[in-house]
Every structure is written in structure tokens, then in C-alpha cells.
Design a protein around this ligand. Sequence first.
Ligand code: FES
Length: 135
Amino acid sequence: MSGKEDIKNLLKRSGYSSTAIEYFIEKVNVGKIEDHDAYFVYTGPCGDTMEIFLTIEPGSKVIKDAKFQAIGCAGAFASGSAITEMIKGKTVEEAKKIEEEDIIDWLGDIPKQKIHCVCLAKKTLKFALDEYKGG
Ligand code: FES
């Protein structure tokens, strides 16, 4: 069995959904947007850090692109991928309404001990959106 398959099986046994596993393995939306319109870096109570970069269309305030980087666990990466996927095409106001439960629903499942990792992604996004000053 390949190393990737071993990790997938381990994550599955730990309670991660296939979507969460895919996001973590494929590093969906992991990266930087140099010329971003909004950005925030936040460290959660667990000590892990996430940063989110957003490209936002002026006027309509529609989120055109979203990327993130994290120093964190599989839960942080799965949540970061989920939240950046969820907000593309939404307005800033719509994205502000996303709650932890919405992210968990989107992922399908995540170990209960990892709910705070979902919270890290949600808070980082909220702060990035609050920072957005564009019009
Ligand atoms: Fe810190 Fe998951 S343990 S974000």
C-alpha cells in the first residue's frame, strides 16, 4: 500500500469523511494570493495558525478567489479547503453568515475532537472579511 493510501485509511479510521480526506490529501486551495483584497492570519487556542487570502470584486463584493495556508492538523486543512470552496461566488455578506455547522455539513464528517479546527477556519475567514475595506 502506498503512503498516501495509508494516510487515507488512518484518517478514515479517525472519523474523517471522504471529502475531508480528499481536501487534506490534495491540498485544495492551499496557497497564497499575492495581490489579495483581504487577508488575515489568526492563531487559535490550540496554537495552530491559519491565513486566508481573498480576491473580491469591487462593487458586487463577490469573492472571486480564496486560498489559505496553515500550520496545523488535518482538521485545519480540511476546514480551510472547505471554507475557501464554499465562499467562491458568494458575496462578502453571504460569506459572513457561514457557521461551523455549515462547514461540517459541507465536509460530511469530522472527528468530534476536531470541531475547534473548523472554528479556526471560520474565525480566520470572519476576520479577513471584517478587514475588507473595498467597495
Ligand atoms: Fe489545532 Fe486542529 S489541532 S487546528
